[in-house]
Design a protein around this ligand. Structure first.
Ligand code: AMP
Length: 282
């Protein structure tokens, strides 16, 4: 199994195996891989001759230094599970220096306002960091297709926007959210939850499902108020936001229309660990 620790070696290898028939599928991750990541990798393997998975905890997208410091780093285990899935997958695990060359800063992006909603509001600078790293990784890997999870739906929309605005020669593929049996969305951050907290966290998806049901008969505002009241009863949780927005522009979903897709987004703290999830409503 090939693991590259710097961009020069990866680029050289990709050039050497490139043919007129070959296609590169790319799955960017921050590691601590779980079945959600593996589903993206499996889809890329199915659709491309070469699959590259990056494992890079990108400092510029963290607005909270403690979150960056405590982010799980499990490279050996990650290599093992990817190898078990398919030993032909290429892993790219660069250093911060290799990517940022002594200047660990984001570039500013304009994603037509998508960056100002939800995660953007609560994690200042986050999407500039995401845009910076995704753009750099695309320049290095030059993928034909890149795979992103709906778990980070706002990020997926932002990467699509960046690709369209800059006319990048890559197709962005959105992949469904994989969940634990309890309904909890799989996430590397779940590793930091205690066993008990992980059980409690199943409430998040239960509430999302109830919100979806309620949305059949109530307005977005009424559903938002209901969710806020529910979380006040679950005192282990601190709700950061619950919002129902239009999938297209991520703006508040004020009026129900057949043609406008609605999606509910949530961010909630449990034991100081920030969890996010979302659900399609129509
Ligand atoms: P991360 O390592 O958290 O940056 O995630 C890397 C990619 O995997 C992103 O595109 C995520 O949206 C995706 N991902 C993370 N968790 C899940 C999940 N539970 N189901 C599907 N995709 C996921």
């Amino acid at each position: 199994m090939l693991v590259f620790n710097n961009q020069a070696d990866l680029k050289e290898h990709l050039k050497s195996v490139s043919t007129s028939q070959s296609t590169i599928g790319f799955v960017p991750t921050m590691g601590a891989l779980h079945k959600g990541h593996l589903s993206l990798i499996a889809q890329s393997i199915k659709e491309n001759t070469t699959t590259v998975v990056s494992i890079f905890v990108n400092p510029t997208q963290f607005n909270n230094p403690e979150d960056l410091e405590k982010y799980p780093r499990t490279l050996e285990a990650d290599i093992k599970i990817v190898k078990t899935l398919n030993p032909d997958v290429i892993i790219f695990h660069p250093s911060v220096e290799d990517i940022y060359n002594g200047n660990t800063k984001s570039e500013p992006f304009n994603f037509d306002g998508l960056e100002n909603q939800m995660e953007g509001k609560h994690r200042p600078g986050h999407f500039d960091g995401v845009g910076t790293i995704v753009k750099r990784l695309f320049e290095i890997v030059k993928p034909n297709k890149a795979y992103f999870g709906e778990k980070d739906f706002q990020q997926l929309q932002i990467v699509k926007k960046m690709t369209t605005k800059a006319n990048l020669p890559v197709t962005i593929i959105g992949c469904p959210i994989l969940r634990e049996e309890s309904g909890l969305a799989m996430s590397s951050r779940n590793e930091r939850l205690t066993k008990e907290a992980k059980k409690e966290a199943a409430i998040i998806y239960k509430i999302l499902l109830q919100a979806k049901e309620l949305f059949n008969s109530k307005s977005a505002k009424e559903v938002e108020n209901w969710v806020e009241t529910e979380f006040k009863k679950h005192t282990l949780f601190q709700l950061e936001y619950f919002e129902i927005v239009s999938e297209f522009d991520l703006l508040p979903y004020s009026e129900k229309t057949e043609s406008k897709k609605a999606r509910a987004f949530i961010a909630v703290f449990l034991n100081n660990i920030r969890l996010i999830d979302n659900i399609s409503l129509n």
